[in-house]
Design a protein around this ligand. Structure first.
Ligand code: HEM
Length: 133
């Protein structure tokens, strides 16, 4: 059981301290695997990346809260759709890893062991969703 209040509290602190972490999150994603950056060459205005980040964030919150099946279905669909961009189902999780890494940096000393445990539990859970697809 994930403590959704800790997850949403991290997200609130992050948005107070860093209005738009999008640039940092994608920089982190490309650092995790250089093959990702060229995939967005057609996304000249950043719109696709913005909408992808928003979907990913909503999926994180939705899975943490556990109130609806929709975020799970979206993640399953993302694993299949991204096959078309040459990503394995497991590579799709790197978006969540990049987000967590940047949130951890922004939180700095406020990223306590308790916060870390909840984010680890959330990423573990996200990784199980549709993983066999
Ligand atoms: C390593 C991780 C990921 C990479 C490299 C990646 C890459 C991409 C690319 C290249 C596109 C299409 C761009 C285009 O049509 O020009 C895309 C679209 C999309 N991705 Fe991802 N993706 C990743 C993870 C995720 C995750 C975790 C989610 C959500 C759970 C997600 C949701 C979406 C959605 C909803 C779109 C369609 C956006 C739109 O057209 O408005 N992606 N992704």
């Amino acid at each position: 059981m994930i403590n959704a209040a800790i997850i949403t509290s991290t997200l609130e602190t992050v948005s107070e301290r860093c209005g738009d972490p999008k640039g940092r999150i994608f920089a982190r994603l490309y650092a995790l695997d250089a093959k990702f950056e060229p995939l967005f060459v057609m996304d000249t205005d950043g719109g696709v990346r913005g909408s992808m980040l928003e979907t990913s964030l909503n999926c994180m919150i939705g899975v943490a809260e556990g109130k609806s099946e929709t975020p799970r279905l979206l993640i399953e669909a993302a694993r299949m759709i991204h096959d078309g961009y040459g990503l394995t189902p497991a590579e799709v999780d790197l978006m969540f890893v990049a987000m967590r890494d940047v949130f951890r940096e922004i939180m700095a000393d406020d990223w306590t062991a308790d916060v870390d445990a909840e984010w680890t539990a959330l990423l573990d859970e996200l990784a199980t969703i549709g993983a066999a697809a």
